[in-house]
Design a protein around this ligand. Structure first.
Ligand SMILES: O=C(O)CCC(=O)C(=O)O
Length: 249
């Protein structure tokens, strides 16, 4: 049974740094059933993936032509992921951090396959999402595998950011909006390794990145993105289909 609320000290840490990591939140069997479903879904997805969608979903710096980089909207498409996104270990904590009722507007599985998983460059989620209230979004990132220094754990900026910095997208990677190096002191990014079943929560303004997977182990994780019900995405960098929202109360 998980404890399902942050302590006052943890809330203060989140306010100071813009992120907080909670180890061992989900038990092994919950994570294993999610991974089992991910294996099935990946197989089905690859069997019907259109040629024109391959650059978005597949790793491209590898000889292996069918390695998935990511999957979109797991909480909308798959029961196993929806159960995680609406789990009683998460929802009270999400309410504490957002301070209001909310819904999940987007979710994504980041696959990072062994030795081929590509980096996710430094970005702020709120640049992608463009909410009218910068405090209205929260990302909850669940480690499905152990995330380590060699397989691409997340790295977070060490202090809460109130502003959104300029981002750009490389021509061949429109999905990788990122902060230009001149706008950022990279030495202030701190690794956050975490074992499978752990969860990290980050504010939409918090700069973060993950490196390439240089290990022989996969680093799969799911990110759930929540928005307060009284806020709107007015200036999004990508499209978020309102029909794919999941209501969580
Ligand atoms: O899992 C990753 O490597 C990237 C995750 C991320 O950028 C996010 O959850 O906002």
């Amino acid at each position: 049974m998980c404890t399902n609320a942050f302590t006052e000290t943890q809330l203060q840490e989140f306010q100071r740094t813009g992120h907080i990591t909670i180890h061992h939140l989900f038990d092994r069997s919950t994570i294993q059933s999610t991974l089992d479903d991910l294996t099935l879904w990946s197989r089905e997805f690859l069997a019907t993936l259109r040629l024109e969608d391959r650059p978005w979903f597949l790793e491209h710096n590898t000889q292996e032509p069918t390695l998935l980089r990511k999957l979109d909207h797991p909480a909308f498409h798959r029961d196993a992921f929806r159960k995680l996104a609406t789990h009683s270990c998460l929802i009270p904590r999400i309410h504490q951090l957002l301070g209001s009722d909310c819904h999940l507007f987007f979710s994504q599985v980041f696959m990072k396959p062994p030795e081929a998983g590509s980096p996710k460059p430094i970005h702020q989620d709120n640049f992608y999402f463009g909410p009218d209230n910068l405090d209205a979004t929260l990302t909850v990132w669940v480690a499905l595998d152990d995330a380590t220094l060699t397989n691409g754990c997340l790295h977070y900026f060490d202090c809460h950011q109130t502003e959104i910095l300029p981002h750009f997208a490389p021509e061949d990677e429109p999905f990788n909006l990122q902060i230009a190096p001149q706008h950022f002191d990279q030495s202030r990014l701190i690794p956050a390794p975490i074992a499978s079943g752990g969860v990290s929560f980050h504010h939409g303004n918090t700069p973060h990145f993950s490196a390439a997977n240089q290990s022989g182990n996969s680093r799969r994780a799911v990110a759930f993105h929540y928005l307060r019900n009284d806020a709107t995405l007015t200036n999004s960098g990508l499209d978020y289909d309102p029909a794919m929202r999941v209501f969580v109360g």
